[in-house]
Design a binder for this molecule. Structure first.
Ligand code: PPE
Length: 307
């Protein structure tokens, strides 16, 4: 996916030119994946740009950092302010915000304790993660031969850079096999999530999504959709399901900051339902896209105006 550079990047408290936001080759995180990051979206609303669930994302960044014994030197409030400053400084409205914190340069060796910690926040325009066509008509996925790294192997529920090797292997395999995205099973062979999305199954009008102890990333969109779907009157349960149960689903969809609510129209070369986004997915997607654009005052607490 091409990136459209913006002007300024926030680095450890200061805004610097895009081209200067570089790292040294001996950066610990580059070698060992010892960093944490976030993906956040800002949307255009009638009262100006607003960031969706900014605080929750910065709290998750802090939690991911804690999992790798990394002290960020910036509070959640400071990080929220910094993210908004970055969007404003770049005169962006609808955009993606990528905070990343990582162990920098000191010595050599796997142990990063005592290394300097660098924090960057980048903001840039981003369209539909799985394509406009995918957002509208659904995507084709396959079950990956790679399993989601287990909770016994890594801090699987933290958004840590190194964990994304697992996702990268899965998505490369999916693309090389002609699919749009991968679905990963966990160590118990239950459905976990996509390479960068949580997953929901709809059967007989009820929604099911894997529980947090399935080793998934605790998605902020996932949590929002659970709440929204319940408010819309749907039954929602956090329950494990199998690959075979995906084949019997009436509807399947992915959720994520980047992916928003993306329908899945085919899984392992089997049509999901009739191969078109189903009514529940469409209703939830429509409501979600209205909420993020500030069109529903009931959920205005999920939006943080940039001002
Ligand atoms: N699972 C994974 C593995 C994941 O990476 C994401 C976010 C989610 C679930 C959904 O989480 P949330 O955004 O809080 O609802 N993936 C990011 C994209 C990764 C990428 O860099 O590409 C995102 O959506 O921003």
């Amino acid at each position: 996916m091409q990136i459209q550079p913006s002007e300024l990047i926030w680095k450890n408290g200061k805004l610097i030119p895009w081209k200067d936001a570089t790292v040294h080759v001996m950066t610990h995180c580059l070698h060992y994946g010892t960093g944490a990051f976030e993906g956040i979206r800002s949307y255009s609303t009638a009262s100006g740009p607003a960031v969706f669930r900014l605080r929750e994302h910065m709290e998750r960044l802090q939690s991911s950092a804690k999992a790798i014994n990394m002290n960020l030197q910036f509070s959640v409030e400071e990080l929220c302010r910094a993210a908004k400053d970055t969007v404003r400084a770049n005169k962006l409205v609808s955009c993606y915000i990528r905070p990343i914190a990582f162990y920098g340069v000191s010595g050599v060796g796997v142990n990063p304790i005592g290394y300097p910690v660098e924090v960057f926040i980048v903001a840039f325009p981003l369209g539909a993660y799985l394509g406009e066509e995918g957002l509208k008509n659904g995507i084709r996925v396959h079950t990956s031969s790679w399993h989601r790294a287990s909770s016994a192997t890594t801090a699987a529920t933290a958004k840590i850079c190194g964990n994304y090797l697992n996702s990268a292997l899965a998505v490369m395999e999916a693309k090389l096999n002609g699919f749009d995205e991968a679905v990963l099973l966990n160590e118990l062979h239950m459905v976990a999530e996509g390479s960068g999305e949580n997953i929901f199954l709809v059967r007989q009008g009820r929604l099911i999504t894997p529980p947090l102890n399935a080793g998934i990333l605790p998605g902020i969109t996932r949590e929002s959709i659970v709440e929204l779907a319940k408010d819309m009157g749907y039954s929602v349960s956090e329950q494990n399901f199998t690959r075979g149960e995906m084949y019997l689903a009436d509807e399947l969809f992915f959720t994520g900051t980047a992916a928003e609510v993306t329908p899945i129209r085919e899984v392992d070369r089997r049509l999901v339902g009739d191969g078109r986004p189903g009514p529940v997915t469409k209703a939830i997607q429509t409501r979600f896209l209205e909420i993020v654009k500030g069109k529903d005052p009931k959920y205005s607490g999920w939006l943080d105006p940039i001002g």
